[in-house]
Design a protein around this ligand. Structure first.
Ligand SMILES: NC(=O)c1ccc[n+]([C@@H]2O[C@H](COP(=O)([O-])OP(=O)(O)OC[C@H]3O[C@@H](n4cnc5c(N)ncnc54)[C@H](OP(=O)(O)O)[C@@H]3O)[C@@H](O)[C@H]2O)c1
Length: 287
């Protein structure tokens, strides 16, 4: 049976991938305690000890706004961490699967971003994730980099949960209506990882759900389908919101290459969000 090791296995995406792949593979879940990716010896210990055929590297520094004040921490985890995972994996000949972000683009495109489009990150987080991509390639390890965007799912903190919680507390919500991307289900991304592995994909591949939306559209959709529908929700311009990190105004990812490789078409984001909201209301009443 194929052995797979996960870093960041308790995060939003790592949990979903672990849950899916442990049905078919011998999966070793690690997180900060078992494998701090900023330490090369820790990576060598965890990866060399288990000797997986595939390392799925989900560990990351993901606090986009906090990174503006903590660039060293963001680069240590994202860039150096990825280099360490890649080096330790190369030493045992394991394939590294890891995740990039739509934020490596500056948002000036008028069509969905393709894998080969020029990158121009606008924030510290985005620069640290681009440095992670470069570190991955520089090590020469066998790799698959999946860029994705706007993740939501049951495994942790995400935009939809935050919106519902704030609405439940009666807060007025001001949400950016001038950033367009595509919400992506961690369940669907985990499924895409499995399909790409089966297809033997390598290099860089984009994946998100289908369609496009602004953060405001996503908040409106989530609130309309929950008991919080009447919450005060106002569209806002990014420049009027108190977030320190710059974000691309447009960052929809093209799924053409993913479709060509796997034959699979990602389902529309609203279908995936509706399913997620259904699972939340089964878990507990939405406020
Ligand atoms: N979330 C999104 O919208 C999004 C969009 C595009 C791409 N991505 C990428 O997708 C991947 C997974 O993201 P996610 O949303 O699942 O992130 P997440 O929920 O923040 O999970 C990241 C995990 O990494 C762990 N971690 C942090 N520092 C570590 C270290 N030094 N060593 C080992 N583990 C460490 C975290 O542990 P602690 O919680 O204890 O810190 C957490 O469990 C990342 O590469 C991210 O950049 C995410």
């Amino acid at each position: 049976m194929k052995r797979i090791l996960l870093t960041g296995g308790h995060g939003l995406l790592g949990k979903e991938i672990g849950n899916l792949l442990r049905r078919r593979f011998d999966v070793r879940i690690t997180d900060l305690q078992e494998c701090d990716v900023t330490s090369l010896p820790a990576c060598r210990g965890a990866i060399g000890g288990f000797r997986p055929q595939v390392v799925i590297h989900c560990a990351a520094y993901t606090a986009v706004d906090r990174a503006e004040a903590e660039p060293a921490a963001a680069f240590a985890v994202n860039a150096e961490g990825t280099r360490n995972v890649a080096l330790a994996s190369r030493e045992i000949g394991a394939l590294v699967v890891t995740f990039g972000t739509d934020y490596v683009f500056d948002g000036t495109s008028s069509r969905p971003y393709r894998e080969e489009d020029p990158v121009h990150p606008l924030s510290v987080y985005a620069k640290s994730k681009l440095a992670a991509e470069e570190a991955l390639r520089e090590t020469g390890c066998d790799h698959l980099l999946i860029r994705s965007q706007w993740l939501f799912g049951p495994g942790g903190k995400n935009f939809i949960r935050t919106i519902l919680e704030k609405a439940g507390r009666g807060e007025t919500l001001r949400v950016a209506s001038d950033q367009t991307g595509c919400p992506t289900s961690t369940k669907d991304l985990a499924g895409a990882v499995e399909k790409l592995l089966e297809a033997g994909a390598r290099g860089t591949v984009h994946f998100s759900n289908g369609g496009e939306a602004t953060w405001f559209d996503l908040a409106r959709f989530a609130l309309d389908r929950s008991a919080s529908g009447a919450a005060a929700l106002l569209p806002a311009a990014t420049r009027d919101l108190p977030y320190p990190a710059s974000r691309p105004p447009y960052s929809v990812l093209s799924k053409e290459k993913y479709r060509e490789i796997t034959g699979d078409s990602p389902r529309p984001w609203d279908v995936a969000v509706a399913e997620f909201l259904g699972s939340l209301s089964a878990e507990r009443p939405i406020p």
